[in-house]
Design a protein around this ligand. Structure first.
Ligand code: ADP
Ligand code: MG
Length: 677
């Protein structure tokens, strides 16, 4: 089909004066034509009729059939937005999808993003009074219940990508089912890419299923003969082989990786190898896409490669069903993704790289056969596929720490959690653990009721531990410092640049921010304050090997946390006493306390789990005897990320329900050989 002109084209046309109008109209006409080619278009009238007749409808259709971008527009055109008085909500499990789809729909409607069409993701609200189509993460809609328990401003709620079964989506199912009963005027659409929609229909009282017939071309599946020892290397080799041997201009490549770090590594290796190959091969345009990719770079994945060149998209499983990229003919699937896993016994949640499910592998393969026959290269054996993979992924609710949603539900006045209408109930043990955790944080009283602290914590769109640290900062007189730390922790892991060839410099620069404090949290605070002192200067960031983009985001998040502080009536206060700051952090993270072992590892005080300081931590050189960490990441080992020294007596002082003297006094079985530096 014809390709819409991108912004650069439009700008060039604008410079050419009169031609601009013509060009803009052209673009619009083309986009409207494109909309009509989508499978959902032919069913528009039937769909609207079904929606008019039924309050709840399950919509099922192959990825790329137009569910996400078209259905909200149809609803708007059909009058569901009541000339601007009501809104259509469409939830997405992923922030990038919400942003990118909103941008696309705004373009299709010829409006400015944030006007009639907007999006809302955590810490970023791109909507206005005018907004009638609102894309948002499922987590944001969950938060909107707190302010508007009947979602009265929405005429239609579309719970999209329902098959993803994220924690927030699963909670939404129960909540929207309930308000649909209270609000007969509200329509509810549950939209999914899987063909197994009966489960959704059953849950929503036998709601009818509307199927959008898919178009999918044949996809040839290729397996490796033997298991790959290093899938990153295998992926790079496969991509380059495809690029060199398959006809040029004949189709783009989509490679599935597990996360940002992996994507950056592969991008770097690919660039190196391409440099060596030089002019011997056609141009290969590398387009990464992952959750934290800055908005201005996200659009690039949708731009076609220049004539003669090929595009390779390096994506997380965001490209599995949430985003459809046209022109993909080859899929390379190493067969892994990052999943959250939770051990309710220890209360430990970690992200780990695990094999995908068979359903995911099928979806991934399908991405290559959208516009013509495709090929999918699975970097594992056929035996693996048949015998080792699970049919479906386990819903997130069954492998997550539930503290955050339990707090939200309590704040909504839902006290009977066991009686909550779950599509698949979480393990009783996880619910219990969440209640225990919230009790230890002081968010619930011994009867399980929300306390004042809990009510305040629920206002913050953060993990309850971080919310608690903020609420506790009032007592320690350091709310300014703690919201800075919270903002830095929420702005993403990429605070520092670490170009491979400059590791020595960057690591030294980074250590400078520690200034004798065995604390990554304090270092984050120092970075932010130094940047603020520089007048928020990008130049300062460059010289300090700090990512300006992350800092800008942190400043944004911090502003919003500041506004929330005001809302919960905590006066801004600042303290030069870093112990006060650490105590406030400890008030949230006391469960993450760990003690240094003789061999340099740590042992979590309560769970007895063995953990290690992440090599990127500023305390890795001189590990303190007692520490707390922000989070665990599992790679080759269980690593603590963002580590801060603490005093063991604080644990008993700050969390007396949780720690007893003996937890912190008890001498280690093996006597400590090295004194803490
Ligand atoms: P579904 O939700 O059924 O998977 P979508 O509505 O997301 O389908 O996609 C319909 C079409 O819109 C696809 O052809 C896709 O390529 C296109 N599209 C979606 N988002 C964008 C975007 N941000 N830029 C360009 N094209 C897009
Ligand atoms: Mg979609």
């Amino acid at each position: 089909g014809t390709v819409p002109a991108d912004d650069d084209d439009a700008a060039a046309a604008a410079a050419a004066g009169d031609e601009y109008q013509a060009e803009a109209m052209d673009t619009k006409a083309t986009l409207q034509d494109e909309r009509k080619t989508l499978p959902v278009y032919k069913l528009k009238d039937d769909l609207l009729k079904a929606i008019a007749e039924h309050q709840v409808l399950i919509v099922v259709g192959e990825t790329g059939s137009g569910k996400t971008t078209q259905i909200p527009q149809y609803l708007h055109e059909a009058g569901y937005t009541a000339e601007g008085r009501k809104k259509v909500a469409c939830t997405q499990p992923r922030r990038v999808a919400a942003m990118s789809v909103a941008a696309r729909v705004a373009e299709e409607m010829g409006v400015k993003l944030g006007d009639e069409v907007g999006y809302s993701i955590r810490f970023e609200d791109c909507t206005s009074e005018k907004t009638v189509i609102k894309y948002m993460t499922d987590g944001m809609l969950l938060r909107e219940f707190l302010g508007e328990p009947d979602l009265g401003s929405y005429s239609v709620v579309v719970v999209d990508e329902a098959h993803e079964r994220t924690l927030a989506t699963d909670i939404l199912f129960g909540l929207v089912k309930d308000i649909a009963r209270l609000r007969p005027d509200m329509k509810l659409l549950i939209s999914s890419a899987t063909l197994n929609a009966d489960k959704f229909s059953d849950f929503f009282d036998a709601a009818p299923i509307f199927r959008i017939p898919g178009r999918r071309f044949e996809v040839g599946i290729h397996y490796t003969v033997a298991p790959e020892a290093d899938y990153i290397d295998a992926a790079v080799v496969t991509v380059l082989q495809l690029h060199v041997t398959e006809p040029p201009g004949g189709g783009d490549i989509l490679l599935f990786l597990t996360g940002q770090e992996e994507i950056e590594t592969v991008e770097e290796i690919l660039r190196q190898r391409l440099r060596v190959l030089g002019g011997m091969v056609a141009e290969l345009v590398i387009c990464p896409i992952y959750a934290n990719l800055p908005a201005e770079l996200q659009a690039k994945i949708f731009e076609p490669a220049p004539p003669g060149a090929r595009k390779v998209v390096l994506a997380t499983n965001i490209a599995e069903t949430s985003l459809t990229i046209d022109g993909i003919k080859y899929v390379v699937d190493p067969g892994f993704c990052k999943v959250k896993s939770y051990n309710p016994r220890t209360g430990m949640e970690s992200l780990l790289v695990a094999p995908v499910s068979r359903a995911s592998a099928e979806q991934r393969a399908g991405r290559s056969g959208r516009t013509g026959p495709g090929k999918c290269f699975r970097l594992y054996t056929e035996y693996n596929f048949v015998s080792d993979l699970d049919d479906d992924a386990v819903p997130e609710i069954q492998r997550s720490n539930l503290a955050s949603v339990v707090l939200a539900l309590k704040a909504l006045g839902i006290n009977d959690l066991v009686g909550f209408d779950f599509m698949d109930p979480p393990p009783a043990e996880s619910l219990l653990k969440a209640l225990e955790e919230l009790f230890a944080l002081g968010a619930l009283n011994s009867r399980g009721e929300l306390t004042k602290t809990g009510r305040r914590m629920a206002e913050f769109p953060l993990d309850p531990m971080l919310s608690k640290a903020i609420v506790a900062s009032e007592r320690y007189g350091c709310s300014e410092e703690v919201i800075t730390i919270a903002a830095m922790l929420s702005a993403g892991n990429a605070v520092f640049y670490r170009p491979r060839d400059k590791r020595v410099h960057t690591d030294a620069a980074r250590r400078g921010f520690h200034a004798g404090n065995a604390s990554d949290h304090v270092a984050l605070l120092n970075v932010y304050n130094a940047w603020a002192e520089s007048g928020y200067s990008p130049q300062w960031c460059r010289e300090s090997f700090v990512q300006h983009r992350t800092m800008r985001r942190a400043r944004d998040v911090r502003d919003q946390l500041g506004a929330l502080l005001e809302r919960v009536e905590i006066a801004p206060c600042s303290s030069a006493d870093l112990d006060a700051v650490r105590k406030a952090v400890t008030a949230g993270y006391f469960r993450h306390a760990a003690r240094l072992q003789r061999d340099g590892s740590y042992r979590a005080v309560k769970s007895r789990q063995t953990v290690f300081v992440h090599p990127s931590s500023g305390v890795a050189q001189a590990p303190p005897r007692w520490a707390l960490y922000h989070e665990l990441v599992l790679t080759t080992k269980e690593y603590m990320r963002q580590v801060t020294e603490l005093k063991p007596e604080w644990l008993v002082e700050i969390a007396p329900h949780y720690y007893e003297r003996k937890d912190v006094d008890e001498p280690e079985p093996k006597k400590m050989a090295v004194a803490a530096a």
